[in-house]
Ligand binder design. Structure first.
Ligand code: AMP
Length: 320
């Protein structure tokens, strides 16, 4: 991260009395942890400011801290900071917000500049890594709770340091978080990884029903009836998609889950070789080269699966 951009963003934070911190729809631990950590760090440093972290709450992530309810009328002329999201259309909860300037801190690839100031680094493991680095490089303060949240966001988004976005810098930042705040990190894993037995059984269902093509492409379509049978919700498959990494025969894999609320199909896509985000973008989605997602209509699903199978086939041939 360039030192200057960090300084400029810090200056903006110092200048504004009202700051709104938002992240993407359908948040994961990295999105929630980064916004709560940054909010708490700004409030810890500048207790007189009004700083809120917004977006739909997720019960199972309450251990990071609570989100705020936004009174729009109180937040005109605010500074908006968006985290872990490349474009404004995927930001949760800013529809009626009359903000003045936007800052973005993100690790998704994005070709165009969309904010007044941006830290965009698609080689970073997580938004939490970038927020931690930003806090360390400025006069913002941290405490044990903030450091713990940033640690868990990094662990979660790097899939326990397994994914290739994990770099020496990731370990340097994690090491500093642990060292500076004496983090007793092993007990923190319970919050991230403890699961009820019905979810483990659902995990078994997914493994059992994975369809595998000759090109090394695997997928499973998950109906509302199956979600009901295993007493899990439509967000549960998203928490399990990374568990299907390192299957010898599988290069890329997909879960397709019907979401009754939006009446769309949520698609989780992962890869350990073929580049998948370009295909996701064709189907109103996006993400990283090896971890992407999309939301599709029913009639688009089979075409998306066929396209991804072709991507695997081409990749396999290119490796021969
Ligand atoms: P997920 O499978 O939901 O964990 O998403 C993996 C990655 O793809 C994340 O970086 C998301 O931000 C991105 N992503 C998921 N769904 C979409 C979407 N509908 N549009 C753009 N990016 C998405």
């Amino acid at each position: 991260m360039a030192k200057d951009i960090g300084k400029l963003i810090y200056k903006k934070i110092k200048k504004y009395d009202k700051i709104v911190i938002a992240r993407h729809v359908g948040p994961d631990p990295d999105a929630i942890a980064s916004q709560i950590a940054l909010r708490d760090s700004i409030l810890f440093t500048f207790p007189e400011k009004k700083v809120v972290a917004i977006g739909a709450g997720v019960t199972k992530f309450k251990y990071f801290g609570l989100l705020d309810k936004l009174e729009n009328k109180d937040f005109t002329d605010a500074l908006l900071i968006i985290l872990d999201v490349p474009t404004l259309d995927r930001v949760d909860g800013i529809e009626d917000l009359a903000y003045k300037e936007v800052i973005k801190i993100d690790h998704h690839p994005c070709d165009s500049k969309i904010a007044d100031l941006e830290i965009v680094d698609d080689t970073a493991s997580s938004a939490c890594q970038l927020v931690a680095e930003f806090i360390f490089k400025t006069n913002l303060k941290m405490n044990v709770k903030i450091a713990s949240n940033l640690f868990l966001g990094i662990v979660s988004d790097s899939d326990r340091f397994l994914l290739s976005y994990t770099t020496a810098k990731t370990f340097q930042i994690v090491s500093k978080l642990i060292d500076d705040y004496q983090l007793d990190f092993a007990p923190l894993y319970t919050n991230l990884y403890e699961r009820p037995i019905n979810e483990i059984r659902f995990h078994g269902y997914l493994a059992e029903h994975l369809t595998l093509t000759e090109n090394g492409f695997a997928y499973v379509k998950i109906t509302p009836e199956i979600l009901k049978e295993y007493e899990v919700d439509h967000g549960t498959p998203s928490n399990m998609i990374n568990d299907f990494n390192y299957i010898k025969e599988v290069l890329a894999w997909v879960f397709v889950t019907y979401d009754e609320k939006s009446e769309l199909y949520k698609v989780n896509i992962r890869s350990r070789g073929p580049i998948i985000n370009e295909t996701a973008e064709k189907y109103h989605g996006g993400g990283h080269k090896f971890a992407s997602g999309a939301r599709c209509k029913k009639e688009e699903i089979d075409a998306l699966l066929e396209d991804l199978d072709k991507v695997c086939k081409d990749y396999k041939e290119s490796q021969m």
